[in-house]
Design a protein around this ligand. Structure first.
Ligand code: XMP
Length: 518
């Protein structure tokens, strides 16, 4: 199920840059498969991986730091082209005998790149031309290693790009992977196609075909269970498996009572109508609400929901009979996070939808999407002919509305936030914004505020509306939605959701806030 499917692979060694994932994305956008691995991947493993090229990422360290991350220098002897980016370039320089020193001025942000050699890496960008690039470095190359020549310079870096054309080793001081380097994709494509001689063959149609074959081989005649939430990741996982093994697959949808309005029913109908799958809806809402009674702490809520989910899922699975595998919609960013060289990043919030299930149930895990980014999963969904409403669905947290009711949860508060949420979604959709924004939802605050209704003074609840733009949920900004849309949302919520007399709009970005309020 992993890399053996793909013959044309680029290996990205991660030195800890914030933009390492972007390198992988740019390479895949050029239809070449790429994987990110930690900088200290053993050279025998690299050889077995058999990459057509290696990219060394940037990183926060200085090559002179005592604990600077160092790859095995043998990567330069594999006969495979290497491109070092920023720290990757400095590492390459140091290891191959050049000299790296402190730049007079730290270069951060846009810089002009003067191209002096446009034969390979800068092909098509014009010899003698100037291009805008994005830099972020405190060190620079003072002396290139033997065999290298400069390809470009910038004001603060006499060697902003260099190459040893014979050994096919390259270094760039700037970041070609970021949008602020307008010609960066061209530079990376030159590396992939002119230097590594890759062919652009990685696309979602080939992914689907190969994955279905691999799933059939792996599963044989055994049975697979898949948890379905109605989110795009689990939906695509289920449909991919259904294509591969048809009625050897059973799906379970747990209604924890914390779903959006009409959601469980909608998902059931969509899947039964379109696929005729073996799909089991377990209504465990009473059970979850009982367990959550009196709990106000966000992490405690998440833990309870995660634990109860496992119990309910396990019981339903036992009723269905013997299965050997559990399928999960894990995506590539989750995988990278856990292998990144810093180790699993600090838990800001524990995200667990089905965490812990495979161990408890003694099942083998199948994660057919673990090599994909979110937008690639959407493309796979399109390729598989999933209904559009499933593909474009906004993300929804596993603990559901529980983390959108600040403080304790009860039935009345659930109904309030659910009704307000439905209005937000309806208005955002009618304004044509549903697919433009990342998420749009309502949060019920744990305060009451004074209002006036007719001649009466009221003392009721406040709803916060959160609408954010984001690419990957790692960072987000509040969406500048038109005032009249805000106005309609507010009017409708106050007029029709009993118990609410005030609506506020959240204008915080992430960081320092998070997308969800809990
Ligand atoms: P935050 O609030 O951390 O959210 O900025 C980032 C993205 O993750 C979703 N989210 C969760 N998803 N379980 C999930 O499956 C969780 O506990 C959870 N908390 C947040 C959130 O909706 C956003 O898309």
């Amino acid at each position: 199920m992993t890399t053996d499917l793909y013959t044309q692979k680029i290996l990205i060694l991660d030195f800890g840059s914030q933009t390492t994932q972007l390198i992988a994305r740019r390479v895949r956008e050029a239809k070449v498969y790429s994987e990110i691995h930690p900088f200290n991947m053993a050279v025998e493993t690299i050889r077995a991986f058999s990459p057509k090229g290696i990219i060394l990422s940037g990183g926060p360290a200085s090559i002179y730091d005592e604990d600077a991350p160092l790859a095995d220098p043998a990567v330069f002897d594999l006969g495979v082209p290497v491109l070092g980016i920023c720290y990757g370039m400095q590492y390459l320089t140091r290891v191959l005998g050049g000299d790296v020193g402190k730049a007079g001025n730290r270069e951060y942000g846009n810089a002009d790149l003067f191209i002096e050699d446009d034969r390979d890496l800068f092909h098509g960008l014009g010899n003698g031309g100037t291009r805008t690039v994005w830099m972020s470095h405190g060190d620079r190359i003072n002396r290139m290693p033997e065999g290298f020549s400069a390809l470009a310079r910038s004001k603060n870096s006499p060697v902003a790009a260099m190459a040893d054309a014979t050994r096919r080793l390259f270094g760039v001081q700037f970041h070609p992977e970021v949008a602020h380097t307008p010609d960066g994709a061209r530079v990376l494509r030159n590396f992939l196609f002119r230097i590594c001689r890759c062919e652009p063959s990685w696309d979602m149609a080939s992914f689907v075909k190969k994955t279905i074959e691999a799933l059939r081989d792996l599963i044989g005649k055994d049975r697979v269970i898949c948890g379905l939430s109605g989110g795009v990741d689990s939906s695509v996982t289920a449909v991919l498996l259904h294509r591969a093994i048809r009625d050897q697959l059973s799906c379970i949808l747990v209604d924890n009572g914390l779903l959006r309005k009409g959601e469980a029913q909608e998902v059931m109908e969509l899947f039964q109508q379109h696929y005729g799958m073996d799909l089991h809806l377990v209504d465990a809402s009473e059970h979850f609400l009982r367990r959550l009674r009196g709990v106000a702490d966000p992490e405690a809520k998440r833990k309870i929901i995660g634990k109860e989910f496992i119990g309910v899922f396990e019981a339903q699975a036992a009723e269905l009979g013997e299965a050997r595998f559990l399928a999960q919609g894990t995506l590539y960013p989750d995988v990278i996070e856990s292998i990144s060289f810093n180790g699993p990043s600090a838990t800001i919030k524990s995200h667990h939808n089905v965490g812990g299930l495979p161990e408890v149930m003694n099942l083998e895990l199948i994660e057919p999407l673990r090599e994909l980014f979110k937008d690639e999963v959407r493309q796979v969904g399109t390729e598989l002919g999933l209904p559009r409403e499933l593909i474009v669905r906004q993300p929804f947290p596993g603990p559901g509305l529980a983390v959108r009711i600040l403080g304790e949860i009860d039935r009345e508060r659930l109904e309030m936030v659910r009704a307000a949420d439905a209005i937000v979604i309806e208005e955002i959709t009618m304004a044509g914004l549903y697919e433009k924004v990342w998420q749009s939802f309502a949060v019920l605050l744990p305060i009451r505020t004074v209002g006036v209704m007719g001649d009466e003074r009221t003392y009721e609840n406040a709803i916060a509306v959160r609408v954010v733009d984001s690419l990957d949920a790692m960072t987000a900004d509040w969406s500048k939605i038109p005032y009249d849309v805000m106005g309609r949302i507010s009017n409708r919520i106050i007029n029709s959701v009993k118990g609410v007399n005030r609506v506020v709009f959240d204008i915080s970005s992430k960081p320092p806030a998070t997308i969800e309020w809990e």
